[in-house]
Design a protein around this ligand. Structure first.
Ligand SMILES: Nc1ncnc2c1ncn2[C@@H]1O[C@H](COP(=O)(O)OP(=O)(O)OP(=O)(O)O)[C@@H](O)[C@H]1O
Length: 416
């Protein structure tokens, strides 16, 4: 690797050299920024890596836009092994993981992710509900957190609630709180999740699972900005922005009478559709490398990157569990990998030489799904009873439903 300082000597590249530019924004003022902008514009084909310090004003539009043109951003103290890896990857034609400085949790540079970022930036400052839709594991909660972080409410709480996991008889009290003595067991007054997010944002995941009575209370809150604790008749003001997410078809839920149409209209003012991972092109490689790098920061691990075959397999796989499945596979691969390059075997993906089409795995998965559906039907979709009969926790029933793409309400409806 040769290092050239543009200001001192300019860049001279021999045929076949890979040129990577480091934009060192840790010092300097407006003139440095101006010089950098000029160089980035002059060399659009050159991959740029930015070095910034915690003092760099990353939120200033000119700096943000410059950082957006960089393939990777490193904050001082610079993690040099990671920087060398990023340079190495670029030299091999790869691209380091890319996340925008103001959206650090959201990695990806596909067209779909670029369009998503544009929507998130537009919606964040507008104090209206946002409905985030998309398949399981696509990053709906990540998107909701980004909206909150970019909003004027960023310094206030962000409270995430999985509506599907709230016990049916306690939904109202969990969301809106209760007064002492409101029901058996209510020995003290309790603040609900919405009140506890005061000044900030509440994220209602799996909103399609909200029972009808709680839907009515939520609608009143969205219309009037007031809540009533269970067991009280007093309305309380609550200044909270509502973001909601669902993986079910809400139009169908409305048509079937399972979701209030007026509430759906209220929530669906601004809509974000999360792209499936299989539709994000080479983002799957970026994300895989990002999760591996994150894992390496916390654990001893031999693996540094992915073999060419593993990268092909990552691209070819359909990812039914989307980004969450990718996180799990990469972490597992990082643990079992014996080499510096993660292989297709480590990822346990189809596409490895001599790979039988996972017959046994498929049988196991489908037996698990059949047992779950049968038990849910037998128990008339009573999750507690189903969990008891299967000898597993309630939360595991929800997790298995998610894993097998089963929407409880739709299943119950189709079985009715
Ligand atoms: N673009 C991304 N960049 C980095 N990490 C991501 C991205 N998208 C998702 N993740 C990670 O993937 C996992 C799943 O994301 P998340 O929980 O937001 O998905 P979800 O769509 O809300 O899932 P569910 O439908 O199950 O509620 C998390 O660990 C999250 O950090």
């Amino acid at each position: 690797m040769r290092v050239a300082d543009v200001q001192a000597s300019g860049v001279g590249a021999r045929h076949g050299d890979v040129v990577v530019a480091l934009a060192d924004l840790r010092q300097g003022g407006l003139d440095t920024l101006q010089a950098m902008e000029g160089m980035v514009a002059e060399h659009p084909g050159v991959p740029w890596i930015a070095l910034v310090s915690p003092e760099t004003p990353a939120h200033e539009p000119r700096v943000t836009s410059l950082l957006r043109d960089c393939m990777a951003v490193f904050t001082s103290p610079i993690d040099f092994p990671r920087l060398y890896e990023a340079l190495d990857r670029l030299a091999q034609g790869g691209v380091p993981a890319r996340s925008e400085p103001d959206m650090p949790g959201l990695v990806g540079s596909s067209d779909a992710m670029r369009a998503l970022r544009i929507s998130l930036r537009k919606y964040a400052p507008v104090d209206l509900p946002v409905l985030v839709t998309g398949e399981t594991g696509t990053g709906k909660e990540v998107a909701a957190r980004v909206i909150h972080q970019l909003s004027p409410r960023a310094a206030q709480p962000f409270v995430a609630i999985n509506c599907g996991a709230l016990p049916g008889n306690l939904v109202q009290s969990e969301l809106f709180g209760h007064e002492r003595g409101a029901f058996t067991g209510a020995t003290t007054r309790r603040i609900g999740h919405i009140e506890s997010a005061s000044g900030g944002t509440v994220f209602l995941d799996e909103i399609g699972d909200l029972p009808l009575d709680a839907q009515t209370s939520l609608l009143r809150f969205l219309q009037e900005g007031t809540i009533v604790r269970v067991g009280s008749s007093q309305s309380l003001r609550a200044d909270v922005r509502v973001l909601a997410a669902t993986h079910v078809d809400m139009e169908k839920a409305v048509a079937a009478g399972r979701f209030r149409q007026d509430l759906y209209y209220r929530l669906n003012v601004l809509r974000v559709q999360m792209p499936a991972l299989r539709d994000r092109g080479s983002d799957v490689e970026l994300l895989a490398q990002h999760f591996l790098d994150t894992f390496r920061q916390q654990h001893d691990c031999r693996a540094l990157a992915f073999s060419a075959a593993a990268r092909r397999a990552l691209r070819a796989f359909q990812w039914p569990g989307n980004v969450r499945e990718l996180v799990n596979r990469v972490q597992r691969a990082a643990v079992v990998a014996e080499d510096s390059l993660i292989s297709v075997y480590d990822l346990d993906l189809p596409g490895r030489p001599g790979h039988a089409p996972a017959a046994l795995d498929r049988v196991r998965v489908s037996a698990e799904r059949d047992a779950l559906v049968a038990c849910l039907r037998e128990t008339r979709f009573n999750v507690s009873e189903c969990a008891r009969r299967l000898g597993i926790a309630r939360v595991t029933v929800y997790r298995l439903c998610k894993k097998h793409g089963l929407a409880l309400d739709e299943l119950a409806h189709s079985s009715a």
